[in-house]
Design a protein around this ligand. Structure first.
Ligand SMILES: Nc1ncnc2c1ncn2[C@@H]1O[C@H](COP(=O)(O)OP(=O)(O)OP(=O)(O)O)[C@@H](O)[C@H]1O
Length: 222
């Protein structure tokens, strides 16, 4: 089934974000992580989930990304349950988990080629440019297992530059980045929302300089 989503020809995206969690509750090991939670992510939103370790931030991100169905309530894309239009939804959201999901036996370039295979409009030149921007020029053909943790994170984050999705769902994306990488990523977040994109993020890093920021606190249940 396909979602009925209006196109916006004036935007760099084919559509804008309209994601909503409605009455979502989730329990793990008899402990309530969140209950009857509602949340919407629209064009230009930058929403940071905050809370202590174990509060449920990753769990909420994964269910908003459609990667976890073990919860009550529903998550909708343009009013339709994301599970019934998952194929279309997955083309409109970029999820980067805290493990990055890069294939370590592949090179940075091969990882990006594999990753963008769902977006045929992305050109080979775009991949080289993205690797250059994340300061991996010269490392394009080195297997990722030979890169440092921060460089591997940069391979994962290069996807932000090549994927034409309005919605970014990012779990602790600042992990292992050096100071310059942190500044670069903050700039990318700010630029994405200013261009009409949307970001749902967990991070223990303060994002207070980004004007669009809204925080949602988890971990209120004992
Ligand atoms: N698959 C699972 N089975 C059982 N319990 C789980 C599962 N996944 C997560 N949990 C539990 O759910 C709780 C929330 O985990 P989650 O990873 O969402 O927390 P978090 O807020 O992202 O934490 P952190 O800040 O440490 O990354 C934890 O107590 C965790 O043990």
């Amino acid at each position: 089934m396909t979602c009925s989503v209006p196109a916006d020809p004036s935007s760099r995206f084919t559509t804008h974000c309209d994601l909503s969690a409605e009455g979502v509750s989730c329990e793990r090991d008899d402990r309530i992580l969140f209950e009857d939670l509602s949340l919407s992510v629209k064009k230009g939103d930058l929403i940071q989930l905050v809370g202590p370790n174990g509060a449920g931030k990753t769990t909420l991100l994964r269910l908003m990304a459609g990667l976890n169905q073990d919860f009550d309530g529903q998550v909708c894309w343009y009013g339709e349950n994301i599970q019934t239009c998952f194929h279309d939804y997955a083309r409109q959201r970029l999820y980067i988990g805290h493990l990055s999901a890069i294939k370590k036996v592949l090179t940075p370039l091969e990882n990006l080629r594999w990753f963008v295979s769902s977006w045929p409009e992305v050109k080979e030149d775009d991949l080289w440019q993205a690797l250059d921007e994340v300061t991996l020029a010269g490392y394009e053909d080195v297997p990722c297992q030979q890169l440092s943790a921060g460089q591997q994170r940069r391979v994962a984050l290069a996807r932000l530059l090549v994927t034409p999705t309005p919605l970014w769902i990012l779990d602790e994306p600042f992990t292992a980045l050096d100071k310059a990488g942190v500044i670069w990523l903050e700039g990318q977040l700010a630029r994405h929302v200013a261009a009409g994109g949307s970001v749902l993020i967990t991070s223990h890093h303060a994002l207070s300089d980004i004007p669009a920021l809204r925080q949602i606190e988890l971990g209120m249940h004992k």
